[in-house]
Each structure stands twice: as C-alpha cells, then as structure tokens.
Design a protein around this ligand. Structure first.
Ligand code: NDP
Length: 396
C-alpha cells in the first residue's frame, strides 16, 4: 500500500495513472500534478468513472525544485514518478533529495538550449542519493526501459557474452494526420534531428542524422526501412555490459514523416535558438509544438501496431554462437480502448507503472541512482505479460 506522486499529465502520464489505478493493492493513493491542472482533472475524472478510484490533482511548475518540494511535503509520497519532460529531471531529482523521496523517470535530462541528452547529469546524483538513503530509477519506459530489461534478461538466461546488439523500433501505425509526433513534439524532433551515434569496438561513432538506413524485419509487421539514431539506452547498456562490441538503435519513419521533417528543418522551424519576431523572442521549435497535435490526442482513430525488440548475437552459456530476439507487439486501437491513448504512450506508461511496482514492492531496491538493467529482469518480465505488454522470443 503506497502513495505515489505522478508529475506530467500528457500521453504517458495518462497511461501511468490508468495502470496504477488498475493496481490499487500497490498504488493505494495517487496524486497527479502537472503544469496545467485541467489536464490532471480530465484524467482523474476518467479514472473515477472507470475504476471508482479518486485521484488527487494539483498544479505544479516542476522547473523549480521549491514547487515540487512544497507538493512533496504536503502529500508525502513514497515515490515520485516523473513523466513530465526531460528538462525537469534535475529540478525534480533535487526536490526528491531534499524530501528524501524515491524517484523514477522515463527519459534522461537534456538542457533546453542544447539538443544533447546523456546520463552524466543524473548519474552525478549517485553519492547524494546514497547518502540520503533513497533510490532513483532512470529511463523506465519502453526504450529506454523494456529494451534494457530485455537485454538484461538475455544476458542472465542465454549469453556468456553479448557481442552485437541491435535495438529495433517500429511504429507501423497510422493516426491519419499529415504530420504529428507520437510523444512530446519538441523532445521527439530534437532527438531525431541530431547526429546519429552508435558504439563499436570501444568507441562512439558519430554520423550525420538519418544517413544510415536499411530494411529491418519486424514481427507481425514485416520489412520496414529503419534509420540509425542515437538513443539513451545505448549509453547505459555499454556501461553496464562492457562486453558489448557493437550496439546500435534503429527506428522506422514513413516517407511522409521524413518529407515533412526535411521541409521543417530546411525552413528553420526545428531551430532551438530564440529568434526575434515582431519585437519578441520565440524559439521556432516551441512554436511548432504549439501547432502540432498533442500526443495524448492522437489515439482516437489510430490503427496498426508497434513492434519493438532487442536482437542479440554472441556466445551462449557453452560459448557457442547464438542469436536471440525478444520483442513486443502492441496495438494502437486496443491501447486506446483501455487507456484512451495510442500505443506509443501505452508502451511507455505500462513499464513505468511496472518499474514503480518493482520499487514499491521491494523487488528492486537499493540506494543511489540506477538504470533498469542493473536489477533482476525476471519479475519485471513476468509483469509485462500480465499488464498488457506480452513479449515473445525468436531468432533473427
Ligand atoms: P506530453 O507532451 O504529452 O506531456 C508532457 C506533460 O508534462 C504535459 O502534461 C506538460 O504539461 C507537462 N509539463 C511540461 N513542462 C512541465 C513543467 N515545467 N512542470 C510540470 N509539468 C510540465 O509528453 P509525453 O507524455 O508524450 O511524454 C512524457 C515523457 O515521456 C517525456 O519525457 C518523453 O521524453 C518520455 N517518453 C519516454 C519514452 C520511453 O520509451 N522511454 C517514450 C515516449 C516518451 P502542459 O500540458 O501544461 O504542457
């Protein structure tokens, strides 16, 4: 029986609240806080009519630790689940430190003025979290999150040595809009317009954005052109499994999406530096976000599936060559029926709830700052099957 404070009432927040409310034996009291309180209230009324559970709501600007501290002091949760934006990570981690409350999130910190995400800022909290006797769990969505758990599971059960890893992420769904992003538009566009990066033979290799691509086979979807991107789990997996010789991340994009993105980039709409417009300063990407559909609004007519997994090639427990592929397929329409959001929010929010469950039930515990692959993957893998993201194993 635990109290949780969830910050962020977007697409992912909506799923996390639904999934926590479905498990009242673990999440006995829930507060949802976000910048815009009306979004929290809308989700709270869905929960009340669906599950009969009352969710408390609050308005908070989590850019400032003191605001989060105030909320923590009045609600006194055991765990804070951060599903706002990566910009707020450090402010929220500071607040948790001050109030000695456990912390988790789904995306690593990035500064607003540089499109660069890496774990160094959050890993730097290690000693302070240890001394405060609290735990931070970083990157517990699908990717990062489930992809790290899949990798840890393969290491535990099948591999002596994981040599080559490809994380493959396909959204073969259609939302019917000319252009929209499946999670926060600003964060999404910053991620895919930066240089690509992968790790090989002890070093990071940087490539121009979207310059390496190839068809990848996705179960239940088929072959899809996939683009090499940098993704944050590459950094933590290389740290925690130093045996890895090469690790890459691939994601699919439709031609239509790429054409829109190219035009937006070419006309300067994806810039993150302020420009002067009629006497005021505006950041083009922030303005573009205001024009694009909110990820939480995309669910209604979304059809098709996501298919995301991890392919590992290496040596098995008897040092024989082996290839394993673990993946999940998730249906947009079914996600919408259950939680009112599409599968990208769903596949992120379900693992967030499971990670919180692992912490609150003591299956995953410790003091300091952790990535999910540092814990026993088995109880998490078991819960994925129960809570809506069943996984399968094959070869490739
Ligand atoms: P949305 O844009 O739909 O929601 C973000 C929410 O955060 C909004 O409700 C927003 O409020 C709130 N917010 C923004 N700034 C603040 C602030 N200063 N204080 C309080 N609340 C704030 O994004 P998503 O739900 O799609 O994504 C949420 C997070 O999940 C992101 O960090 C994203 O990177 C991550 N993610 C992780 C994935 C994974 O697999 N690991 C996959 C997909 C997403 P308002 O509405 O007022 O702006």
């Amino acid at each position: 029986m635990s109290k949780v404070l969830i910050i962020g009432a977007g697409g992912v927040g909506q799923v996390v609240v639904h999934k926590c409310a479905q498990n009242p034996q673990v999440f006995s009291e829930i507060m949802l806080a976000s910048r815009t309180k009306s979004k929290c209230d809308r989700i709270a009324s869905q929960i009340e009519s669906k599950y009969g559970q009352k969710i408390q709501t609050a308005s908070v600007d989590a850019d400032y630790p003191e605001n989060v501290v105030k909320l923590l002091r009045s609600f006194k949760p055991e765990l804070l689940i951060n599903v706002a934006l990566p910009y707020q990570d450090l402010a929220i981690m500071d607040a948790c430190l001050e109030c000695r409350v456990n912390y988790m999130d789904t995306a690593n910190y990035e500064p607003k003025d540089v499109a660069k995400f890496e774990y160094k800022w959050q890993w730097a909290y290690q000693e302070r979290y240890k001394q405060a006797n609290i735990m931070a769990l970083l990157g517990c969505g699908f990717d990062p999150g489930v992809t790290n758990v899949f990798t840890a599971y393969m290491k535990k059960h099948y591999f002596n040595k994981m040599q080559l890893i490809d994380i493959v992420d396909c959204n073969a769904g259609s939302h019917g809009k000319a252009f929209a992003t499946n999670f926060n538009p600003e964060i999404n566009i910053r991620e895919i317009t930066q240089n690509g990066r992968y790790y090989e033979n002890g070093e990071w290799k940087e490539i121009p954005g979207m310059s390496i691509h190839k068809p990848v086979f996705y179960p239940e979807v088929g072959d899809k052109e996939s683009y090499l991107l940098f993704h944050e789990e590459l950094e933590s997996l290389v740290k925690h499994f130093p045996e890895i010789e090469r690790i890459r991340f691939w994601m699919t994009f439709s031609e239509q999406y790429l054409t829109h993105l190219r035009v937006l980039e070419n006309v300067g709409m994806t810039r993150i530096d302020p420009v002067e417009f009629q006497g005021i300063k505006i950041v083009p990407l922030e303005f573009l976000k205001a024009l694009l559909p909110e990820p939480a609004s995309l669910g209604e007519n979304y059809s098709g599936k996501t298919s995301i997994g991890v392919q590992v090639e290496g040596l098995d427990k008897n040092n024989q060559p082996v290839k394993k592929f673990i993946y999940n397929v998730c249906d947009h329409a079914e996600s919408f029926k259950e939680t009112g959001t599409q599968a990208v929010s769903y596949t992120t929010g379900v693992p967030t709830m499971i990670g919180a469950m692992m912490m609150l039930t003591g299956k995953w515990n410790g003091t300091g700052v952790f990535n999910v692959e540092q814990f026993d993957p088995d109880p998490f893998m078991e819960k994925l099957n129960i809570h809506g993201l069943p996984w399968k194993e094959t070869t490739f």
